[in-house]
Design a protein around this ligand. Sequence first.
Ligand SMILES: Nc1nc2c(c(=O)[nH]1)N[C@H]1C(S)=C(S)[C@@H](COP(=O)(O)OP(=O)(O)OC[C@H]3O[C@@H](n4cnc5c(N)ncnc54)[C@H](O)[C@@H]3O)O[C@H]1N2
Ligand code: MOO
Length: 391
Amino acid sequence: MISVTEALSIVSNVTYTPKKATVLLKNADGFVLSDDVVSPINMPPFRQSAMDGYALSLHNNNSYEIIGEVPAGSNINYSLSPGQGVRIFTGARVPNDAETVIMQEKVHRSGNHISIEDQVLSNSNIRPTGEQIKEGEVALKKGTQLTPAGIGYLAGLGITEVQVFTSPSIAIITTGNELVTPGLPLQEGQIYESNSVQLEVALKRLNVKKIQNYTVQDDYESTKNTVKEAITNHEIVLISGGISVGDYDFVKDVLAELQIVELFYKIKQKPGKPLFFGRNSDTLVYALPGNPASSLTCFYIYVLPTIRKIMGITSEGLKRTTKAITKDFSKKGDRAQFLKAKVSGKTVEILEGQSSAMLLTYAIANALVYIPENMNTISKGDLVETIILPK
Ligand SMILES: Nc1nc2c(c(=O)[nH]1)N[C@H]1C(S)=C(S)[C@@H](COP(=O)(O)OP(=O)(O)OC[C@H]3O[C@@H](n4cnc5c(N)ncnc54)[C@H](O)[C@@H]3O)O[C@H]1N2
Ligand code: MOO
């Protein structure tokens, strides 16, 4: 059995070849650019008025003749002599001869003439061509994670597709004779299958697009055939259950027969002791313990960082911080623990009901408190490492 620290270091040292893909900009939220994006245009593409008002060719008094009008979208370019101007609107092209734009609130208009009380300054209320970015400049660098603002910015440059680090293709294999799909009737001895949907929605939150679900009975041959198919077709395989030591737990032997090289098996932690991590040249395999809370905690701590890394995200794991615990706590046993908890401001409450078979507490938790294996008693007010769960 290895420690949590050793397991995390093995996970973070795993090498992989990131894959690039071209995706529609509107589908790229959360993805990381795999190449610099170069601006195809100047932005703004022309001198733009920043206000509704008047564009003026300056002269030495505050009275101007207004000879026309430029609405937004018009390409008209009035020739102006000093002392002349045009009515103009926000976003409209400023005539080449105009040196400034004055807001309409600062102007008194009478027929085709305006007079201005304040001093008129050159270059006011004009957005110069290429003020934000110039044609040929890098608009966003490789490694930038796209956000709604990033997508809006690139759309504003006329871009419709981007090159990103693509999400891995992931298989979820659910094992267990006792499992029944929700919606069907339960017989005595059976329970509803919940790990696959839990993992699937957690993957979707990470922007994983290609997810395939498989189910197998507790039978060596069918487990082997399904795992073989999954590792042939996917970059990451998540197996739920069947990884402990029972007579019907076939996953470990199947992985050995399929020549998945073991990177670790069993971590000194609670929950999730029998987690397996291994690989062949193309596929990473996690065998997650079947207990629902163990499965999810192993996902958050050991699977999520790998997926984020493959997708080019540099802040790989969940956010870790320290908080003061609200009650004394004493840990039983010598395994490190990830405890369902609730953060509120600067404090964290370790919740009642930590069984790895139960999700009730997990469903209302917003954090996991990490207690290392060598820490046994903690007093109210002590700072503890707190892992913030995704919202
Ligand atoms: N003799 C020992 N027994 C067990 C040990 C041990 O060290 N020695 N470890 C225990 C720990 S810790 C865990 S965690 C579990 C993990 O066992 P498996 O990964 O083999 O999981 P299963 O036995 O298949 O299932 C465990 C539990 O979870 C329920 N389950 C499984 N899959 C699902 C699912 N998809 N949806 C909902 N619930 C699921 C299953 O019915 C069991 O109750 O082993 C301990 N045993
Ligand atoms: O390690 Mo197990 O996950 O406690 O139930």
